[in-house]
Design a binder for this molecule. Structure first.
Ligand code: UDP
Length: 377
């Protein structure tokens, strides 16, 4: 069983599965990292104790998506040739995922897609992830769908139900495991913030379709919020991508109650989520994690492929317009009733046992085990 992954969110979500594969008596695991993200990926591998067997090392500063795809094809193919895996697993929707899935398909290696069936319904948003998901579904043999609604998306597209298993999302397994192991903040400013006990607004932003003016608007909105709520600390673990940093950070200079950090190790980030009152994000994974911790999540996007927590009332789509971001955050900070309504712990994305369902489905596909009952939400 070969697993290929390339970015931080993929690493977090495959990590529990890789660990279970390592312990499996009848499945052998080979791991390949593409290095689409570099430091943020290595950081996660380190935490979960994963040492990749192959590293395609495709990262280059400011490279185009096409250059990235070409490198993955070029460098993965000899690894497929050498290892001859019985199946190849990918997770999620990055360019690493689409390229590795096609590369395996061309070699007639069955593709297993973890976190299959998410759809925003708009091929341009998130870009290029929505297209990557759809492409990957077309060439996959086994679709590990996190929820019933993601399974339904696949069935609607004509994917045969026999190849679709509802597992829950492995991010919840990773989260529960990590939250249980308390990790001190390496950044002293965060340790002090925790000790001081003030109100925290946690912000992450990186989506490609928001690059440019929309992201500047987010930066301006954060500055206005910092000025309007001097007692609240805005914490922004800044994404490594310089495009993101250059758009947001200049707006925040000189604000004492804004704390910009480097990307945090996963255990520290989960601790920070627990500390936060409100989470403002455009991240996919954070939309899944924060509701489990009972945190209201405001999503700076026009649509979402993760409708479950929106339906449960703990996630709200607010777009990226500056005034709207300010107004929506202010509403949660000012109105206890609005806050209370959103701050309920819900787990629509998983029960912490997704890994076991994934492994059982893999084992069945490879003829060495039986599927478990689907996750029922
Ligand atoms: N995360 C982290 N450190 C950080 C920020 C995020 O470990 O400083 C984790 C977060 O908990 C989630 C994942 O990274 O599991 C989300 O990654 P990202 O927002 O980059 O990607 P997306 O989920 O949007 O694909």
């Amino acid at each position: 069983m070969m697993t290929v992954y390339g970015t931080r969110p993929e690493a977090i979500k495959v990590a529990p599965v890789l660990r279970a594969l390592q312990d499996h008596p009848r499945l052998e695991s080979v791991t390949v990292v593409t290095g689409q993200h570099r430091e943020m990926l290595d950081q996660v591998n380190e935490i979960f104790g994963i040492v990749p067997d192959h590293d395609l090392d495709v990262f280059a500063h400011a490279q185009s998506l096409n250059a990235l795809m070409a490198k993955v094809f070029d460098r993965l193919d000899p690894v497929l040739e050498a290892e001859q895996p019985d199946a190849l697993m990918v997770q999620g929707d990055t360019s690493t995922v689409a390229a590795a899935a096609i590369a395996a398909f061309y070699r007639r290696i069955p593709v297993v897609h973890l976190e299959a069936g998410l759809r925003s319904g708009d091929i341009m948003s998130p870009f290029p992830e929505e297209a990557n998901r759809r492409i990957t579904s077309q060439v996959s043999a086994l679709h590990l769908a996190p929820t019933a609604s993601s399974r339904d998306n696949l069935l609607r597209e004509g994917i045969h139900g026999d190849g679709v298993v509802v597992t829950g999302n492995t991010v919840i397994d990773a989260l529960l495991h990590t939250v249980a192991e308390r990790q001190d903040f390496a950044d002293e400013r965060l340790a002090e913030l925790e000790a001081a006990g003030g109100r925290v607004l946690l912000v992450t932003s990186h989506r490609r379709e928001s690059w440019g003016e929309a992201m500047h608007g987010v930066g301006r909105a954060l500055r206005r919020l910092a000025e309007a709520y001097p007692e609240t600390t805005i914490v922004l673990p800044a994404h490594r991508n310089p495009v993101v940093r250059e758009a947001i950070l200049p707006h925040l200079e000189g604000q004492d109650n804004v704390l910009v950090t480097e990307p945090l190790a996963y255990a520290e980030f989960t601790r920070l989520m627990k500390l936060a009152s409100v989470v403002l994000t455009d991240s996919g994974g954070v939309q899944e994690e924060a509701p489990s911790l009972g945190k209201p999540v405001l999503v700076m996007r026009e649509n979402t492929e993760r409708p479950e927590a929106v339906a449960a009332g703990t996630v709200r789509l607010i777009g990226t317009a500056e005034d709207n971001v300010v107004a929506e955050v202010a509403r949660l900070l000012d109105e206890p009733e609005a806050y209370r309504v959103m701050a309920n712990a819900t787990n629509p994305y998983g029960d912490g046992n997704a890994t076991s369902r994934c492994i059982a489905a893999l084992a069945q596909m490879l003829g060495v085990g039986e599927r478990e009952p689907d996750f029922s939400g």
